[in-house]
Design a protein around this ligand. Structure first.
Ligand SMILES: Cc1cc2nc3c(=O)[nH]c(=O)nc-3n(C[C@H](O)[C@H](O)[C@H](O)COP(=O)(O)OP(=O)(O)OC[C@H]3O[C@@H](n4cnc5c(N)ncnc54)[C@H](O)[C@@H]3O)c2cc1C
Length: 593
């Protein structure tokens, strides 16, 4: 069975050595001294390794089951959910006013990576609830907040998001679910939603569905969509649970991975719903939830890669096959361990350098969310909004690839279920699809985010890279050569791609969209290059000032050098592909495929 070890030391390195969070002026960060964050991460790590990880395979093999309209979660999930609730983990970064701990998002993200790495399917129950609660927090009336939030923050009641219908997932303007106003402030919701994560289960007393639906007579298409709170059980004025509402489970989907999470078909039959936010402004309200969820999904890419890597490393050190080409490393044994082979090393270094770079990227993103929410920093808000599709799309595409690489280290034993490696691959796969498939993330990045606010945010990103390079140049020859030079080259590729879109994409949108996936990946690599340059600078500083942990910091430098030398140069290929335009992509008549 796979193991899960929480990456506490690595998280602490990013939080304190790289991001220097306790020195930040973001309100709430002043308490985040290293001792304090270590205590939180240690506790979260313990529950991840000891409670959630052992249930990961159980969830995968047992799955959820539907019996007489009731969904049952796998053995042990309910008791573990109680433990997570009792530890107040569900409201870690929610306001105290509603029973939360009011921790910044950066701590929520660090803890989230561990929970998700230990058991993605399980963690989704609380993740979806968090997203639904955030939407109510941002768009609800005072009465709605008071009624729904305390129970959702504690996860006594969980939440879901209901967008998808059988005939529409990406193109939600085609939505058919209706919301008929009743004249008393309530609406009757009717229609079918499919693929609803955590849609029903036996771990909470009530489930608060956030449902997108159209009010008859409203604007056509996406502009006519509104968002509604639709509870599984109605709730009276005093917060008591009452009669069953008109929502039922039609089915639970059989699927490739995340078997421990119930993916439901939900049928709404004149269910009582309450408008959240304004009529016909449902997408705006839903985006509060989706933006948060997209960052959480990006983290799933990282977390599955990290969990798979941990096991691949252990296997590579243990499994004896072949001999080191430069001379036996285990002369007394029948063969050397896999880890002596350069090709296994390459794979493990790809994984390690991605994981640690992605971890820094996610936590940096979370500091921007904190700056936006806690300090009203509009620039941080704009930058994280630009980077959200990159975090979601790039980290989940790459995260999936890394789980495949980890599986490959096991050879045939990775394909056989016994070692649990295929579960990481199967679980990671969904992150590339839900919360907007990755092709649509790339479309959002190129079609919308690049030009947002007159291109201000992408210019701010380039400025950030430029000023980092300027501030840190000329102090250490090896750093300039190994980190700054490749970062500057990759950033130049990104700028050239942006320029191509401005010149060519304006004339022919197919030119821009044929390169959108490459652009998202190009951007992601530059972000990870920036993260590695920052981590290398921090590691070098620790080595220069003297540290008792020389091996840790030297390992950081070596891993960073690998990323800059072996992964980052792919930006040139992405640029060449982008600049080839759309002729070869769009040239064939559909009949000739
Ligand atoms: C396990 C699971 C859990 C899910 N959980 C939820 C949930 O909790 N709530 C919820 O509402 N939904 C959920 N979904 C649904 C998920 O979000 C959708 O499947 C996803 O958004 C894609 O929609 P679709 O499947 O209809 O694909 P389509 O929209 O039909 O898209 C098919 C493909 O075409 C591409 N495509 C579509 N339009 C364009 C375009 N204009 N340009 C370029 N490419 C395009 C897409 O990228 C995709 O690759 C879940 C799905 C699964 C499988």
């Amino acid at each position: 069975m796979p193991t899960y070890t929480a990456p506490i030391k690595d998280l602490q390195f990013v939080l304190h050595d790289v991001l220097n969070i306790s020195g930040s002026d973001i309100p709430g960060y002043e308490d985040l001294e290293a001792d304090f964050t270590a205590a939180i991460l240690k506790e979260a790590g313990k529950i991840s390794s000891e409670v959630l990880a052992p249930l990961n395979v159980v969830g995968d093999t047992e799955g959820c089951r539907l019996e007489n309209g009731v969904v049952y979660t796998p053995t042990g999930f309910k008791a573990a959910f109680e433990q997570v609730k009792d530890g107040h983990w569900t409201g870690l970064d929610m306001p105290e006013e509603f029973g939360g701990q009011n921790m910044p998002a950066v701590i929520g993200s660090a803890v989230g990576e561990m929970f998700s790495g230990a058991n993605q399917a399980f963690t989704m129950y609380q993740g979806l609830t968090h997203g639904a609660a955030s939407a109510i927090l941002a768009h609800g009336t005072d009465e709605q907040k008071a009624k729904w939030l305390p129970k959702m923050v504690s996860c006594e009641w969980t939440g879901t998001m209901n967008l998808t219908e059988p005939h529409c997932g990406t193109d939600l303007g085609l939505m058919r679910t209706k919301a008929e106003p009743q004249g008393d402030g309530t609406y009757k919701i009717s229609g079918q939603k499919i693929f609803i994560s955590a849609g029903d289960h036996d771990m909470a007393d009530n489930i608060v569905h956030l449902v997108l639906a159209k009010i008859p007579g409203g604007p056509e298409g996406i502009k006519g969509v509104s968002l509604f709170i639709v509870p599984k059980f109605k709730v009276d004025e005093d917060g008591n649970i009452g009669a069953r509402n008109g929502v039922s489970v039609g089915n639970i989907e059989k699927k490739m991975g995340i078997h421990g999470n119930s993916t439901c078909v939900l049928n709404y039959d004149e269910a009582e719903g309450y408008l959240l936010g304004e009529e016909h402004k449902g997408m705006r309200a839903m985006f509060t939830m989706m933006n948060e969820a997209r960052l959480g999904v990006g983290m799933q890419g990282l977390s599955q890669a990290a969990a798979a890597y941990e096991n691949a490393v252990a296997y590579a050190k243990d499994r004896l096959q072949g001999r080191d080409v430069t001379g036996a490393k285990n002369p007394d044994g029948p063969a050397d361990p896999l880890i002596v082979h350069p090709d296994i090393r390459r794979s493990l270094m790809d994984q390690k350098s991605f994981i640690e770079g992605a971890r820094a990227f996610i936590l940096w993103g979370a500091t921007m969310i904190d700056a936006a929410h806690r300090k009203g920093d509009k620039d941080a808000d704009g930058l994280v909004s630009l980077l959200t599709p990159v975090i979601k799309g790039f980290l989940t595409d790459e995260g999936y690839d890394m789980t495949v690489k980890a599986q490959q280290v096991y050879g045939g034993h990775g394909y056989i279920e016994e070692h649990g490696m295929s579960q990481f691959t199967r679980d990671a796969r969904i992150a590339m699809i839900y919360e907007g498939a990755n092709g649509v993330q790339a479309l959002d990045l190129v079609g919308r985010k690049l030009a947002q606010d007159g291109g201000k945010h992408v210019m701010a990103f380039f400025e950030l890279v430029k000023s980092f390079a300027k501030e840190n140049a000329g102090q250490n020859e090896a750093f300039d050569r190994d980190f700054l030079a490749p970062l500057k080259a990759a950033s130049k590729d990104l700028q050239a791609a942006g320029m191509y879109f401005m010149q060519s994409g304006m004339k022919n949108p197919n030119d821009a969209l044929s390169g959108s996936n490459d652009f998202m990946h190009l951007f992601g690599h530059v972000c990870l290059g920036l993260m590695w340059a920052q981590m290398a600078r921090a590691a070098q500083a620790a080595l220069d000032t003297g540290t008792s942990d020389v091996a840790f910091y030297e390992t950081k430098l070596m891993t960073g050098r690998y990323y800059m030398a072996r992964r980052l140069p792919i930006t040139a290929t992405h640029l060449a592909r982008i600049q080839s335009g759309s002729d070869t992509v769009m040239g064939l008549d559909a009949a000739n495929f």
